[in-house]
Design a binder for this molecule. Structure first.
Ligand code: HEM
Ligand SMILES: CC(C)=CCC/C(C)=C/CC/C(C)=C/COP(=O)(O)OP(=O)(O)O
Length: 308
């Protein structure tokens, strides 16, 4: 951020920040968090018990605000490395449109608001899980793991896998084996999802000094690990049917999606393409895969509620 900008904003209370509403929306990482919130909503719908529709809506909204808050805290802390990575350099804080203090305050206020609202409108177990998820992403992953170990996104992936557990707890008041299976699906999905991107963004992470797997272990090792995780993803995807809380139809869809996931990962492993097309294809398919798995689980949830 330019010194002039900081002095003007910080020393002259009359001066307004240059930030627009759109800048603050960008801080919430809406594109990424939209799928995160969808997984939480499916967790809410699959869980036994029923929240009044208005309370269920407020619970989903609280989780959405909490996810956005975590995104804002991530962008506050990562402004230094975001500024040197091509993919993130245009973000509001590195561009100086939002000051670090504004991003921090925005993230903290939304975090508090979302946790308190979820606690009051649903239950305090869900609120505590939401608070833990925000903390895990903003502090454990962003402030510690991301800059210190190539296992950063494997461990940090727990934060991204918790939203369906939060949603399940909002409806049912408990953490169940089933909700932990939803956690496992996303937890195992995260490494191939992100390492595919890291393969074709390794130059960015090199410049930023962030120890992502391709930069530390190299391309070949990362590709092997992606393939190994893809097999675990395919297996975890059919667990809801194996454990009896989803139908054979879901199981067939999950198996087909899992075979697709393994195939895309196999191409990353076996096709040597300087343009990294297989890695880009796997990254794109990974988003489609997770959406399709949770959409199929939502169909199960709706069918279960209609049949109930
Ligand atoms: C630690 C875990 C994760 C890491 C490190 C990670 C990393 C990333 C990165 C770097 C991007 C590119 C975003 C951009 O350039 O702005 C991305 C995109 C995306 N991620 Fe992940 N991700 C993680 C977990 C998740 C989870 C849990 C979900 C959903 C449940 C998710 C959904 C998405 C979606 C939908 C996109 C595409 C956004 C777009 O099209 O712009 N990610 N991820
Ligand atoms: C309810 C709640 C709190 C949900 C949070 C879910 C969660 C942790 C999602 C992970 C999203 C994500 C893109 C992580 C990457 O961060 P990064 O810093 O590696 O990505 P970047 O470089 O694009 O900023």
């Amino acid at each position: 951020m330019s010194v002039v900008h900081e002095e003007r904003v910080l020393n002259d209370p009359a001066s307004l920040s240059e930030a627009t509403a759109g800048d603050f929306v960008t801080l919430l990482k809406p594109r990424v968090m939209s799928l995160v919130i969808f997984t939480a909503f499916v967790g809410q719908m699959l869980a036994p018990g029923a929240l009044h529709p208005f309370l269920a809506f407020v619970a989903t909204l609280s989780i959405a605000v909490g996810a956005g808050a975590a995104g804002a805290l991530n962008m506050w802390y990562d402004a230094d490395i975001d500024a040197v990575m091509s993919r993130t350099s245009k973000r509001p804080v590195p561009q100086g449109r939002v000051t670090p203090n504004e991003a921090l305050a925005f993230g903290l206020v939304l975090s508090a608001f979302s946790v308190m609202t979820l606690g009051l409108m649903a239950n305090w177990l869900a609120a505590a899980l939401l608070a833990f998820t925000i903390f895990f992403y903003a502090v454990i992953y962003t402030m510690w793991l991301k800059r210190s170990t190539p296992q950063n996104i494997v461990i940090g992936g727990a934060a991204g896998a918790l939203p369906p557990v939060v949603g399940w707890a909002a409806t049912s008041g408990v953490v169940s084996v089933e909700s932990l299976v939803l956690f496992l699906i996303i937890f195992l999905w995260t490494p191939p999802h992100f390492w595919a991107l890291a393969l074709f963004k390794s130059g960015d992470y090199e410049r930023a000094g962030v120890p992502m797997m391709p930069n530390v272990a190299g391309e070949a090792s990362t590709k092997k690990q992606i393939f190994a995780y893809s097999i675990l993803v395919a297996i975890s995807g059919v667990l809801p049917t194996v454990l009896g809380f989803a139908s054979l139809f879901y199981g067939a869809a999950a198996a087909a999606l899992g075979i697709g996931f393994v195939w895309y990962a196999w191409r990353v492993l076996t096709v040597d393409d300087p343009k990294m097309k297989p890695a880009k294809a796997l990254f794109g398919f990974s988003v489609l895969y997770l959406f399709a798995i949770f959409a199929a689980l939502l169909v199960e949830a709706i069918a279960g509620r209609l049949g109930a």
